[in-house]
Design a protein around this ligand. Structure first.
Ligand code: SF4
Length: 380
């Protein structure tokens, strides 16, 4: 059974200016939140239909802010309540400044076998502009130290589309990263979210956004340079050396079940989605008081079809017409295929004997394209 557990650590040392995730910089409240999360693991252990687990993912926030003992407490709680596959992928998101030799050794010893390191840039000026907690030297060193400590399955996050930078800047970031050859790369276009420092600066015109042309050029260079370095582009923002795709993140794209623990975490099993309250204080108080700390919705057939289209077309897995016909009916399959045939003429999709997939260049406009396939109502 392919099922995962996601642990959301909602704390960071500094607020990055572009970040819209749920986190707090009030580190003094860590202890009660972690305690409540351990209780939640106990309360929610039956959310998944069976106890079998093949991925655990510590995300955030900044999970590497936790001590080795705090991380171990989560792992032993999970081992008590779930059955871990012997090859379970256990990922920890980490900021470069947290990765000392002794911390890395401790992570290895407790069975964490994949690190996702938030590099974002190798340029000190840009890192400062982002308000990251590390510098360029620490970014390189983190990848080197992690390899030396024995981590073979390393992901590095980078951000492109930084306003005021040119093609040379982005080529330099990619060359630096490709020389370090992590097994996996996640590269995201900078998005401007209204509630962030960046969003507010853009709103009052003290900061310009990158032009669409720059984002397109950066994306093309990313696809080209990773392809030459033998990475497989398997999701819009994700690139992996052969056999190194993220097993946990693929669950989100393949609609496989996962349990999310912590403030703001989401859980999913077929037909049902749940999300925890995204407020650390309320989360702790509700768990303590025995009140419900999450909301949920049963997904209608229409929502399930739209989610299938959205997640699968953002990946190399693609969509399968027979599966659509069997699950949502022939009329829906025909409606979707008619649109895809038009996209085939425009060079936006490709098709093999069973699957339809968006082309790499069409991924740049994937959200707009895929929403044209959505339905408001299932045709019978
Ligand atoms: S470290 Fe990560 S989660 Fe925390 S503020 Fe920065 S980008 Fe957001």
């Amino acid at each position: 059974m392919k099922q995962g557990i996601y642990i959301h650590i909602p704390f960071c040392r500094k607020a990055c200016h572009y970040c819209n995730f749920h986190f707090s910089t009030l580190l003094k409240y860590q202890k009660p939140v972690l305690k409540a999360m351990l209780s939640e693991l106990e309360f929610q252990k039956d959310f998944l239909k069976s106890p079998d687990i093949d991925t655990i993912y510590f995300g955030g926030g900044t999970p590497s802010i936790l001590s080795l003992e705090e991380l171990e407490a989560f792992l032993s709680k999970i081992r008590q309540s779930f059955l871990l596959n012997p090859n379970t992928e256990i990922t920890l998101e980490a900021n470069p400044d947290d990765l000392t030799k002794s911390y890395l050794q401790g992570l290895q010893q407790m069975g964490i076998n994949r690190l996702s390191i938030g590099i974002q840039s190798f340029d000190d000026k840009v890192l400062k502009w982002m308000n990251r907690s590390h510098d360029a030297r620490q970014a390189k060193q983190a990848l080197e130290l992690a390899s030396m400590a024995g981590f073979e399955n390393l992901n590095a996050d980078l951000i492109y589309g930084i306003p005021g930078t040119g093609k040379n800047y982005w080529a330099k970031q990619l060359s630096t990263l490709l020389r370090l050859k992590p097994a996996h790369i996640s590269a995201y276009a900078l998005t401007v979210e209204p509630q962030t420092v960046l969003g507010k600066r853009v709103k009052r015109h003290s900061q310009k956004e990158a032009a669409d042309e720059q984002i397109a050029t950066d994306y093309e260079l990313l696809c080209q340079m990773t392809r030459h370095a033998n990475y497989r582009h398997y999701e819009i923002s994700n690139f992996a050396l052969p056999g190194c795709e993220s097993v946990h993140n693929s669950k989100y794209w393949k609609a496989e079940p996962y349990l999310g623990i912590g403030p703001g975490a989401h859980s999913f099993r077929p037909g049902l989605r749940q999300w925890n309250i995204a407020n650390n204080n309320l989360y702790v108080n509700k768990i303590k008081a025995g009140e419900s700390w999450y909301e949920g919705e049963t997904l209608s057939k229409m929502q399930q079809l739209n989610e299938y289209l959205m997640t699968r077309l953002r990946t190399r897995y693609g969509i399968h017409p027979v599966f659509i016909a069997n699950t949502w009916g022939l009329a829906e399959k025909n409606r979707i295929i008619n649109i895809l045939k038009e996209w085939l003429r425009q060079g936006l999709v490709q098709k093999d004997s069973s699957y339809w997939r968006l082309n790499e260049k069409a991924w740049l406009i994937a959200d707009r394209l895929i929403s044209d396939l959505f339905t408001d109502e299932i045709q019978e």
